[in-house]
Design a protein around this ligand. Structure first.
Ligand code: ZN
Length: 84
């Protein structure tokens, strides 16, 4: 499952296009709380011209993979209230 950082905005955007039913976790470090979204969630789209990969992204076709990865990192996770 791919992870995308700030230098991989294009790769991340094409992953999202190719996985409309996939899931994306925003990995936060302060606090260590990851937010899991459907790949089409409107809150993932930024309109200010900045890169979406400001947060490191963990992407998968099943959100349970993302929640397991989050636990493995020692993070907590939440499911987005808007899309999940
Ligand atoms: Zn969402």
């Amino acid at each position: 499952m791919p992870m995308f950082g700030p230098s991989q905005e294009d790769e991340y955007l094409s992953w999202k296009r190719e996985h409309p039913d996939g899931y994306v976790a925003n990995i936060a470090t302060q606090p260590q709380l990851d937010m899991i979204h459907k790949s089409g969630c409107r809150t993932l789209n930024r309109h200010d011209g900045k890169a979406e990969t400001h947060y490191l992204k963990d992407c998968a076709d099943d959100w349970k993979v993302l929640s397991a990865n989050s636990r493995q990192r020692g993070h907590s996770y939440q499911l987005c209230d808007i899309c999940l």
